[in-house]
Design a protein around this ligand. Structure first.
Ligand code: AVI
Length: 322
């Protein structure tokens, strides 16, 4: 597989975002995309196997069960691209179904180089596939894939795993509209969305008793220590999962156990934490099934079909660009 990387000053951007987020007056915050370095991605993989966290397995079940149906609804020559492919494991069923029909190009778009390498290892045994990985932010990668598109070829975009839930609702609308603006009428987007469920189930899913989600969250401070030379004492922070009923989301925070001062040399900042003060590291928004039809309409798509998992409320939605 080819991986197209562009030189970028990743550490500089990380330092800038850390400085800005920890200087926000009121609620300190860090962007959730930084949870996924090599350690964080490995911990997320473990989370996806936890009995309390059914999201990834529901996504996989739906894709496996409905792969042929999904693929049959996309006619003609197709290029497949995926925003945030991760290891690519759950995409296998769809790619196999496309490749049974015709030779298929697959463009995974990922900011993580190691995820692209895993993706190649996972999927390159499929017959009649060609894989070109793009080490890019989602929209930059999608613009590039659109530029490669051949005449009469449709784009089939995958945005799975309810990553849309990690955007707040307004940002989700903006993002899907931006995706739509890169597509042509008739192109499709398969969107995975985690659905609303009881509070107890959400709290267990985001604060498992083994402490894997806690480690996933705390690793963000570990990453800042490793990459930016900071002196966070991880034992002095605790993982917190909190429901936000108004936003219909679960939030992850890191709570300072005492007053402490942390220095982050590469971000040129010294940060003071009060006892119980938190850093907000992620929000995971949950949707109602009906809301997706409105979301599609609002962003220039039509939701053609929705498949819902019976064991864990999760929907796979096929959106067609109007
Ligand atoms: C990747 N994303 C959809 C996961 C979620 O459920 O929001 C990330 C995650 N955070 C804690 N556990 C899993």
């Amino acid at each position: 597989m080819l991986i197209r990387a562009i030189p970028s000053n990743v550490t500089y951007e990380f330092a800038e975002d850390v400085r800005a987020g920890l200087n926000v007056p009121g609620q300190k915050e860090l962007p959730s995309k930084y949870l996924y370095d090599d350690v964080g991605s490995a911990l997320f993989e473990v989370i996806s196997h936890l009995p309390q966290y059914g999201l990834t397995r529901a996504d996989e079940r739906l894709l496996r069960r409905h792969a042929s149906d999904i693929v049959d609804r996309v006619s003609g020559p197709v290029a497949v691209t995926e925003l945030g492919s991760g290891s690519g494991k759950k995409t296998r069923w769809l790619l196999e179904a496309f490749c049974r029909r015709q030779r298929t190009s697959y463009y995974p778009i990922e900011i993580s180089h190691s995820a692209l390498v895993m993706c190649k290892r996972e999927l390159s045994d499929i017959d009649a596939i060609s894989i070109v990985g793009l080490e890019r932010e989602y929209l930059d990668g999608l613009l590039e894939v659109a530029a490669y598109r051949k005449r009469d070829q449709r784009l089939f975009v995958l945005f799975l795993g309810s990553t849309i839930g990690n955007f707040d609702r307004a940002a989700g609308v903006k993002f899907l509209s931006a995706v739509r603006s890169i597509l042509e009428p008739g192109d499709s987007l398969l969107l995975g969305t985690d659905l609303e469920k009881p509070s107890w189930q959400l709290l267990q899913a985001y604060d498992d008793e083994l402490g894997v989600t806690a480690a996933f969250n705390l690793n963000l401070l570990g990453r800042i220590n490793r990459q930016l030379g900071a002196d966070f004492d991880l034992a002095q922070f605790a993982h917190v999962a909190r429901l936000n009923h108004e936003a219909r989301s679960v939030e992850m925070h890191l709570r300072s156990k005492r007053r402490q001062v942390v220095s982050i040399p590469a971000a040129e900042v010294v940060v003071e934490f009060q006892p119980d003060e938190t850093i907000w590291t992620e929000s995971s928004h949950k949707y109602s099934a009906g809301e997706i039809f409105q979301l599609a309409q609002q962003t220039g798509f039509r939701c053609e079909v929705q498949w819902i998992d019976q064991q864990w409320p999760f929907a796979e939605n096929l959106l067609v660009a109007e």
